[in-house]
Design a protein around this ligand. Sequence first.
Ligand code: PLP
Length: 396
Amino acid sequence: MPTQPIYLDNNASTRLDPAVLEAMLPFLTEQYGNSSSTSHVFGQIAEKAVSDARENVARLLNCRTQEIVFTSGATESNNLAILGAMRASPVGRKLIIAAAEHKAVIDPAERLSAEGYNVCVLPVDKHGCVSAEQVATELDETTILVSIMHGNNEVGSINPISEIAALCRVHNVLFHTDATQTVGKIPLDLSRLEVDMLSLSAHKMYGPKGIGALFIRKRFPKTSLEPLVFGGGHERKIRSGTLPVHQIVGLGAACSICSSNIVSEAKQISALRELLKQKIAERVPNIQFNGHSDNRLPGSLHVSIPGANAEAVMMKLRNQLAMSSGSACTMSSPEPSHVLKAIGLEASCLTTSLRFGIGRFNTESEVCTAADILSPAVEACRQLSGYLEKLKNPVQ
Ligand SMILES: Cc1ncc(COP(=O)(O)O)c(C=O)c1O
């Protein structure tokens, strides 16, 4: 049997933790009750499982269980937060986002703009970040919502959401953060962080695909959201639809594991990231690492390799190493990444950048092997593109 390539694409998705699978299995087999059918034992067991999972999610975030709404993932959570909050207020009102947001924020914002809402897109700095001062200059009395991501899925930088959230609170403006890449990776305490809404997704934290949640702070005045899906009034009438109990159990189990090891795991994964960075820097000349050097996701490394087309490098290594040239959610677009353009990366780097995502199941030896096999692949691609020749004979 051919061995699987080394998986370093954990920003795109993570392997299901075996303990998560074990927790889910009964709800894919003998426990098939509907969690709303509490008149019998099948339904009661399902309802209890959903309630336990909700507690696990709330515990990881240090929030209340009534503040968690299950969704199909972070795309839906972002849509619900942004479309829901804006559509609950009159057309013409203002939404503020940043240029390096995930498409699951940018696309609903564009949709709102087409509907007549005022959408402000803040430029980001070279790391992909915005500051609270930038947000402050755009806040006005028409602003309903600010949505700034926590950790960037491409370059890995972390935004100062604590300051931005505090600023929004002072101005009585709602603040949403897309924390898909940070929940379960770095500790978050929603009893201190003044965010009103937060999106998360199970498959980025060793849980199953197709399940996520939106945290909606219970506060006064109430955060009112226009639902996207109408039906049986599930999830406090915010998100109708029979609850996918097995998925929710998986999300809960994933959160529970993260709660117990988040600090040590972040440390261990950061060390692997630094090792990968060091090994790549030793083996591959003339490269540039992108994103903030310290304030970043533990497992995220982003590198531009001038002269080596990212697609060509990935093709060469496709049987040995799984990495990516950008966000998995925009892979269908031939356009260079909007995030890399937003951070002002040189044109020559837009198609020569690689993203590595290290996760729970990676080892030191995998990271070293990755750097070892990357080097000759880059060299071959640089040879083909004429980059090495150009280096030897630079045009005067
Ligand atoms: C920052 C960010 N937001 C949103 C999403 C979408 O998440 P989901 O796959 O759960 O819809 C992703 C997934 O790549 C992401 O990285």
